[in-house]
Design a protein around this ligand. Structure first.
Ligand code: NAD
Length: 263
């Protein structure tokens, strides 16, 4: 199936590695022009070079921090200057730290709000003028299975990502008439640095070896394994594309069957 992404201008946040990179890679393979951003230089530029070399796609990269409105605006302006406008945005950032209610004070809650929820508002706000000018666009937020089943030890993430889900659903209603779709893509357990880091934290807290935790966690997935960033990326490329033209306000779960909710 031709997804219809060829020549489309797609911005992917937090894409130097992991899930963002997985989506950027699949979009680039489909012929999209891709603009990736992440905080660490030279890593983000190296990742863009890899994408260019592998796919032959036009790929640009910017250093940005999702918590900094100025750098979001700069990334957006750079993309418009290079690609002439924006067709798609993937809202993504690093995850808030793990912990229980008693572990966090106001400053932790504020930091999680800025990293996960406020950054989503700001990224979406920055691309809307260009999408409105084009009369079309696709926005995708990367959230977590915690929006359906809160995850132990990830309280900050559970709460802030529910806000992002609500934001996306509300915006999907508001923007549908303008040709702009908004969806959420939910990773279950996808084999990235983030997942490995969380299991490492769990190992340090409990004294259970990392390998044991990893094996036990993978065994909870009906498919018996973690997902790969490329598998997540393929679902992302689909939702960004015209192949998903009649899908908006949806939450698509990529989790190997791990979630047991009916909806
Ligand atoms: P990762 O650690 O592999 O990659 C994180 C990416 O975010 C990197 O490119 C990093 O540079 C970037 N980043 C970090 N801090 C940032 C900031 N302040 N501003 C902008 N970019 C920043 O993680 P991942 O697995 O790709 O996870 C991406 C998101 O999905 C995270 O929020 C994570 O919590 C969430 N998530 C992941 C999983 C999973 O199984 N991998 C499951 C549920 C939710």
């Amino acid at each position: 199936m031709d997804l219809g992404l060829r020549g489309k201008s797609i911005m992917v946040a937090a894409a130097s590695r992991g899930l963002g990179y997985g989506i950027a890679r699949q979009a680039a393979k489909e012929g999209a022009r891709v603009s990736i951003a992440a905080p660490t230089e030279p890593r983000v530029h190296e990742s863009a070079k890899c994408l260019r070399e592998e796919t032959g796609a036009e790929v640009i990269s910017c250093a940005f921090d999702a918590r900094d409105e100025g750098s979001i605006t700069e990334w957006c302006n750079t993309t418009i200057a290079q690609f002439g406008g924006i067709d798609g945005l993937v809202v993504n950032a690093g995850g808030p730290p793990a912990g229980l209610f008693d572990d966090f004070d106001d400053s932790d809650w504020q930091a999680a709000f800025e990293l996960t929820l406020l950054s989503s508002v700001r990224m979406i706000r920055s691309v809307l003028p260009s999408m409105r000018e084009r009369g079309s666009g696709s926005i995708l937020t990367v959230t977590s299975s915690s929006v359906k089943e809160p995850i132990d030890m990830l309280l900050l993430s559970n709460v802030m990502r529910s806000g992002v889900t609500s934001l996306a659903k509300s915006l999907s209603q508001q923007l549908a008439g303008e040709g702009i779709r908004v969806n959420n893509l939910v990773p279950g357990a996808i084999n990235t640095d983030r997942l490995r880091g969380l299991m490492q934290t769990q190992s340090e807290r409990t004294g259970v070896p990392f390998e044991e935790i990893s094996k036990a966690r993978a065994a909870t997935v009906p498919m018996g394994r973690f997902g790969e960033a490329d598998e997540f990326g393929q679902a992302g490329a689909f939702l960004l594309s015209d192949a998903a033209a009649y899908i908006t306000g949806e939450t698509l779960v990529v989790d190997g069957g791990a979630m047991k909710t009916v909806w």
